[in-house]
Ligand binder design. Structure first.
Ligand SMILES: [Zn+2]
Ligand SMILES: [Zn+2]
Length: 349
């Protein structure tokens, strides 16, 4: 017993040190959580379900709005229902140029017109862009009135954003934008979204990487692979995995990759992950599947609360847990009742 308690104390001290000084990781702070502000499923009666995604990510002392939903009015109502103050955001991330992730930006700008907005850098994209004027072929023999800029173009040609005056910073390649916070920039190769660039947010916490994905058009496995290059320990993935129309074999392959190849600790899928994928992930991850419907707050890592015991259940707030259980009792959407029954039987053995 004495040996056991010594081991426990040593382990506790070691984890405290890990929390206090994680090598290359984001600094710990008081509030670490992800709040889902926009999605098409959920149980919060004061919020409106709609297709799209937005989440408030509070971690490492930063408040980050990741995507802005599909409709500015619904986004505004959901933000206000959750009492989220957009004036004190550190920055906004727009994952990609699809409207179900961007349409609330006008509302964000009406509240906070100067907020820094990270978005993917794309040629002639909606977020604006620029090119050296050397990109186009010249014909010196033409009269000036037939030549672009009368034959004397600016060195750099700037192309406007759909939101004039907004404080965009365009991300071309994977970039650490704050200590421990990295925007992973990847390009989709899928039919229908070829060349679409997407940003995912990887936060290196003392518990491993917390990865927030918008729509995962470049492929969830490719994004996780890039996150694992920052830190192979993937603590949590939240957001859209883009398997909403994928056939069962593709879903199964992705689930195996997340669980067995990348050994992802927990998943909190939403948005375009897809109903059959919710079911497959729930089956594979069990208690490590965190329900992330509209309005849910997911506590993160070492801040998850002293009353939370790791490895024994999903990291949910008490009210979220109650909602989750009520939902499960009513519909059992993830088949968790048979799983619970099996666990109960196993613990009785
Ligand atoms: Zn999309
Ligand atoms: Zn989407």
């Amino acid at each position: 017993m004495k040996v056991l308690s010594t081991v426990v104390i040593v382990a506790s001290i070691a984890s405290l040190i890990a929390i206090a000084a994680p090598a290359g990781a984001a600094a710990p702070e008081s509030k670490s959580q992800i709040t889902i502000l926009y999605d098409a499923f959920g149980t919060n009666p004061s919020m409106t379900k709609d297709w799209g995604f937005s989440a408030l990510v509070e971690v490492a002392g930063k408040r980050v709005l990741f995507d802005t939903g599909n409709d500015a009015n619904i986004f505004a109502a959901n933000v206000n229902a959750k009492g989220v103050d957009l004036k004190t955001l550190d920055f906004v991330v727009l994952s990609h140029r699809h409207s179900d992730h961007m349409a609330g930006l006008n509302y964000v700008l009406s509240v906070n017109p100067t907020v820094k907005i990270y978005a993917p850098k794309e040629g002639f994209g909606i977020y604006g862009s620029s090119l050296p004027s050397s990109f186009y072929r010249k014909d010196e023999a033409l009269p000036p009135e037939m030549r672009y800029y009368g034959g004397t173009p600016p060195q750099v040609m700037k192309f406007g954003a759909a939101w004039g005056g907004a404080n965009f910073e365009l991300i071309d390649k994977t970039t650490e934008i704050a200590p421990g916070m990295t925007l992973i920039a990847l390009v989709s190769d899928a039919v229908g979204t070829k060349e679409l660039k997407e940003l995912s947010l990887a936060i290196n916490t003392p518990d491993g990487v917390v990865l927030v994905v918008g729509c995962s058009h470049p492929g969830i496995e490719k994004i996780v692979e890039a996150a694992a290059a920052i830190n192979p320990k993937i603590h949590l993935i939240a957001g859209g995995f883009h398997l909403v129309v994928a056939p069962d074999d593709v879903i199964a392959k992705a689930v195996v990759a997340l669980k067995d190849t990348f050994k992802v600790e927990s998943v909190a899928p939403g948005h375009c992950t897809g109903e059959p994928t919710f079911a497959a992930l729930k089956k594979a991850f069990g208690d490590r599947y965190l329900y992330a419907g509209l309005g849910t707050t997911l506590p993160l890592g070492s801040n998850a609360g002293s009353d939370m015991r790791r490895g024994e259940g999903p990291a949910l707030h008490k009210d979220d847990l109650a909602t989750y259980r009520r939902l499960a009792r009513r519909e059992d959407p993830f088949g968790i009742l048979p799983a619970q029954h099996l666990r109960t039987r196993a613990s009785q053995l």
